[in-house]
Design a binder for this molecule. Structure first.
Ligand SMILES: Nc1ncnc2c1ncn2[C@@H]1O[C@H](COP(=O)(O)OP(=O)(O)O)[C@@H](O)[C@H]1O
Ligand SMILES: [Mg+2]
Length: 421
């Protein structure tokens, strides 16, 4: 795209750009077009393999906000087929759903034509069942009726919300049976979870016929793709420092790349600039921190409030956010030591803050952290991953990071302190 000289843009052009920003950057909605979907090549390849192989199904799991729903939505757009027809059905689970109600919603989207004495009419498969009457064998039967030219893909999203224990077990049995029957349909179960075992009861019986796809956080290249790709589509550009600051602050969570990218672009546009600068990103950080729509603001206050001037909750939480963590966001107390020592400018062994970590897992502090394991090997993570970038931005605003660390944030290679991604 040609970057035009700003002076040649009319007020109307600037308004149009601002409008376009909101269409391209979607911090609160999944990606629905393939060309706006960044990276994820390994996961896409796995999913396509699953779809192409009869009898295989997939489970996509991981932290909230990493892009599970987006992947499960765009997959239908990138199946490389000319002759066949993709039959894509998606069902979002509610906590009130049962095994039968999930499949009734899916059956509603499977149509067939029949003549019951009134000429040919279209019906839904769901017309054939009472609301609570669907059993695994029914699913196997109904999913076998697709024609040879169809590629049926059935996505069941937010599966973690299911409360009905039975539903989870029955789903595993159904997937097993679908696989044994060699049904053409591919079932993709999607949900928030650290592990497949936590997501689906009885998953052991389906390990051989399912591909378990962990959605990790995005790496820097993918993040860069999210931000730069969109800025370029706007006919704009972003300078290096600004770009790396956005990327490094997001901690691999694409929603923040959208949020910061959006506010930065708007800041540049409001100055009638086509180049996004670091100062625009700083404005974006303020916009995100000050937004009252952001429930993170209240959660942060709950987690860190104190009447004591000497309390260090905010600094300790910041150190947690900066701590080196594993693929699904867990860190150990030991990993908090370095960032906290750096923030407070003194040695802070685990004993210094261990009790505070525990407090962060309690109701009084809004359970901002989640703890796993036994006392010798506790591991922690942010209960809501989005809290992590928020805490870092807040900490920067509160001056917890030295100038060098803040500067390092705007460069591609970060010191250890920041290498969580
Ligand atoms: N591959 C991607 N490229 C660009 N943006 C993405 C990508 N994956 C996710 N996003 C963005 O990240 C945010 C969270 O995505 P979503 O699919 O809803 O995650 P999840 O289902 O894991 O909670 C949304 O703002 C979405 O637009
Ligand atoms: Mg989702």
């Amino acid at each position: 795209m040609v970057v035009r000289r700003p002076s040649s843009l009319t007020d109307e052009d600037w308004h149009a750009k601002r409008w376009e920003v909101a269409e391209l950057f979607t911090p609160s909605a999944p990606v629905t077009t393939a060309d706006l979907f960044a990276g994820r090549h390994a996961q896409i390849t796995k999913l396509l393999d699953v779809i192409s192989e009869r009898g295989r199904h997939a489970i996509i799991y991981g932290e909230p906000g990493v892009g599970k729903t987006s992947l499960s939505q765009i997959i239908k757009l990138i199946v490389p087929t000319k002759a066949s027809r993709i039959r894509y059905i998606r069902k979002t689970v509610f906590s009130s759903d049962t095994f039968s109600s999930i499949w009734m919603d899916i059956f509603r989207d499977i149509k067939f034509v029949a003549d019951i004495g009134e000429g040919n009419k279209e019906f839904s498969v769901s017309d054939l069942y009472p609301r609570e009457g669907v059993k695994p064998a029914d699913v196997v039967r109904e999913l076998s009726i697709f024609s040879e030219n169809d590629i049926p893909i059935i996505v069941i999203d937010e599966f973690n919300l299911i409360r009905d224990q039975n539903a989870s077990r029955l789903m595993a049995e159904t997937i097993k049976a679908l696989s044994d029957e060699g049904a053409k349909a591919t079932v993709v179960v999607v949900g928030i979870s650290d592990s497949v075992a936590d997501l689906i009861d009885g998953h052991q019986s389906i390990t051989r016929c399912t591909e378990e796809i962990l959605m990790p956080r995005m790496d820097k290249e993918e993040m860069r793709d999210v931000v730069e790709g969109r800025i370029r589509r706007l006919g704009m550009e972003i300078e290096g420092n600004a770009k790396w600051k956005v990327i490094n602050l997001t901690k691999g969570l694409p929603a923040f790349a959208h949020g910061l990218g959006k506010e930065s672009a708007i800041a540049a546009i409001s100055k009638k600039r086509l180049r996004v600068l670091e100062e625009d990103v700083d404005k974006a950080i303020d916009a995100i921190l000050n937004s009252n729509q952001n429930s993170l603001k209240q959660d942060y206050e709950n987690a860190t409030h104190s009447n004591q001037a000497r309390a260090r909750y905010r600094q300790i939480l910041m150190a947690c956010a900066l701590a080196q963590s594993d693929e699904v966001g867990y860190f150990t107390p030991k990993q908090v030591v370095d960032p906290l020592s750096s923030i407070l400018g003194k040695d802070t062994p685990v004993d210094y803050f261990n009790d505070n970590l525990k407090e962060f897992t309690e109701e009084k502090r809004g359970r901002v952290l989640y703890r796993q394991g036994s006392s010798r090997i506790y591991r922690y993570r942010f209960r809501n991953p989005a809290m992590q970038p928020y805490v870092i931005m807040k900490g920067i605003r509160d001056g917890f990071l030295g100038d060098d660390a803040v500067k390092a944030l705007a460069s591609p290679e970060q010191p250890d302190l920041f290498s969580t991604m």
